[in-house]
Write a protein of this length. Sequence first.
Length: 189
Amino acid sequence: MQDLRALLDQLGRNYSEELKERVSWLLSAPQSQYKTAEQLIRDLAMHMDDAFVSSSNAYDETSNHLGRELENGRLVRLLAKLGTINERPEFDGDPNWSETEHRYTLKLFRDYVFHQVDAQGNPVLDLGHIISCLNKLDAGSEEKIYLTSRDHQSTFLVTYRELKKQVQSAFGDLQKGNTKQQQQANRGF
């Protein structure tokens, strides 16, 4: 019995007095008045609700964090694709590859997102604009945007959906070219 009291005292140092009492009640010999499982459940019901709420809050926090990380990953992949397409000095023997066809509109889109200037010619550093544009591109929104060249000689009215298709197409071209180069290198060995 003394061992039990010592163990219960140790339990009381790490856990609530209420838990210590419940464990003592469960381990003690039956007394004249019997206690039932129903009484135990009633005593613990409030704590079960606290544990459930705590668990639910932890799940929500983890889900929110995971959602933010997933979004970051999507945007990084999109930025990587745009970075490999824009300003590519030469591809498939064409030094103007990134300046022709639909890849030119992607260059203008890059300027629209990252290289805007205010009326005084100062860079506009609006992270909200950048994230919004990238999210719309990733989603393939039907929203239209007006793209213009730096010299204002070329203008395009396109949707984010069209730009998304252009990114996929241009990146696919790069992947195909990379496969051709690997095959040619493998033949040389």
